[in-house]
Design a protein around this ligand. Structure first.
Ligand code: BES
Ligand code: MN
Ligand code: ZN
Length: 496
């Protein structure tokens, strides 16, 4: 991805193009730090090209400033309906346009604000999304793009923004985007490349590159010792052995204690309850929750947050074979609770049951799990929000308000006790599937049975937002890295 700079009035070489993003009827240069002379020159140019700022508008011309060859005006539409998605989409348009025109150094001037956000919230969003808008996953392309990528993204300061302020914002954005990129890269890797073993190796590699993260990998032997019947059951049909990735950030005098858990199914075929062939390949991203947790742990260590944070990623591959679990099997999880496997495709909750129980030993105040858990959640919410449920309304409210700000939205699912009856089993303590109705809720209710007492807990079902079949809301096709920004902001907010 392009390097991120603060635009200095005299870069060594002129930029290839400066992109102005503006809403309908607004002055593209408004609230951007230009001096009077630049302002005049730009005004004259704007008069000539007459951009209206309507959604989808794209107008280019020669740049009247010495600092760039060309200018392009990108319309954002009505300022009162400017959403995270539209702004992200416009930033994606910028990157595509720049790539198409072979522009290596580009400038970005944006003062428009996401509707409903404060100036600084919106500014951080724009900078963060701009910094990641040229993300691509080309690990397996032998012929990389001929144009080898935008080199530099130069941000024009706002009129009210000091150099220090902008530099500080850029620093936080550079840090976060690396974590988002890591989460996306992991989720985009296919099942033959990212196995539980290589997933654990990637987590170890990340942790060892930073100070302050302890990494422990539990292998099959250790999982057997811990009696983690859920993780072992899911993996038993696969050639690949399961793991539990444990990342610990333990500062000296921690203010709080948080455990983050991410579902790490490196490929979900459904097992004996095999999924249909159509789009089954997308199930390479069924470890997106785990990828998010690894991304967040990276950010936590980098930020040296004074919070004890433990990241747990139970990881396995769900395959059908002669050694696979069968519908009807009864397994014993590490908590001692027995589960009748009604459907081998409801595997995520089996892994998470063991991880939730394991979380108890860290005495967390708060547990948050991220999981591509149910198709039912996608049916309910589409790609616009993740589902959230839990046992502490205040925690859920905090997460949802942060989600609205950072553009990673979560929407509440109910947590009524009545749903537990959907999971009752004639033969074991509970079943792993609750039938057709309320699938996203019953999955969460299942998890709730394994949450350690006293912990505040939130479950975030990211099935609809972690991976996209096509570009949507300015997010790329494939993995989005959903949750990295939300969780990192949440942890920072805990310190306030
Ligand atoms: N990984 C899937 C859920 C999923 C579906 C994620 C679509 C992303 C997109 C999960 O393991 C699963 O298969 N869930 C089942 C549960 C059912 C059998 C109770 C589902 O949602 O159908
Ligand atoms: Mn499944
Ligand atoms: Zn799954």
């Amino acid at each position: 991805m392009a390097d991120l700079y603060q635009f200095r009035t005299a870069p060594e070489d002129p930029l290839d193009c400066v992109y102005f993003l503006h809403t309908t009827g607004s002055d593209p240069t408004a609230n951007i730090a230009f001096d009077a002379k630049e302002q005049r020159a730009l005004r004259a140019k704007i008069k000539g090209l007459a951009p209206r700022g309507e959604e989808g508008e794209l107008i280019s011309g020669e740049c009247p400033l010495d600092t760039a060859h060309r200018v392009t005006f990108v319309g954002l539409g009505d300022e009162n309906t400017l959403t995270h998605g539209k702004l992200r989409g416009a930033l994606l348009t910028v990157m595509r346009q720049a790539t198409k025109n072979r522009e290596y150094q580009i400038g970005l001037a944006v003062s428009a604000r996401v509707h409903g956000l404060s100036e600084s919230e919106s500014r951080l969003f724009v900078l963060r999304e701009a910094s990641i808008a040229d993300y691509t996953f080309d690990r397996f392309k032998s012929k990389k793009n001929e144009f080898d990528k935008i080199d530099g993204l130069h941000i024009f300061p706002l009129a009210k923004e000091t150099e220090e302020q902008l530099e500080e914002r850029l620093d936080s954005v550079r840090m976060l985007r690396t974590s988002v990129q890591l989460a996306r890269d992991l989720s985009n890797r296919p099942g033959n490349d990212l196995t539980p073993e290589t997933f654990a190796a990637a987590a170890r590699e990340m942790a060892e590159g930073l100070s302050g993260l302890r990494v422990t990998i539990l292998g099959k032997k250790e999982l057997i010792k811990e009696k983690m019947g859920g993780i072992l059951a899911v993996s038993q049909g696969s050639f690949e052995e399961p793991r539990m990735i444990v990342l610990e950030h333990r500062p000296k005098k921690p203010k709080r204690s948080v455990v983050l858990i991410g579902k790490g199914v490196t490929f979900d075929s459904g097992g004996i309850s095999l999924k249909p062939a159509k789009d089954m390949g997308d199930m390479k991203s069924d470890m997106a929750g785990g990828a998010t947790v690894i991304g967040v742990m990276r950010a936590v260590a980098e930020l040296e947050l004074p919070i004890k944070v433990v990241g747990l990623v139970p990881t396995a591959e769900n395959m059908p074979s002669g050694t696979a679990i069968r519908p009807g099997d009864i397994i014993t999880t590490s908590s001692g609770k027995t589960v009748e496997v009604d459907n081998t495709d409801a595997e995520g909750r089996l892994l998470l049951a063991d991880a939730l129980h394991y979380a108890g030993r860290f005495n967390p105040d708060i547990i948050i799990d991220f999981a591509t858990l149910t198709g039912a959640c996608v049916v309910a919410l589409g790609h616009e929000a993740a589902g959230i449920m839990g046992n502490d309304p205040e925690l859920l409210a905090t997460l949802s308000s942060i989600g609205e700000k950072v553009g990673e939205r979560v929407w509440p699912l109910p947590n009524y006790d009545e749903y537990l009856s959907y999971l009752s089993s004639d033969w074991a303590d509970l079943k792993n599937a609750g039938g057709r109705w309320g699938g996203a809720v019953t999955a969460g209710i299942f998890l709730k049975q394994f949450v350690p007492e006293k912990a505040s807990w939130a479950h975030i079902d990211i099935a609809g937002v972690a991976y996209l079949e096509k570009v949507h809301n300015g997010l790329p096709k494939g993995a989005t890295g959903f949750g990295v920004v939300l969780a990192t902001n949440f942890l920072q907010e805990l310190l306030k």
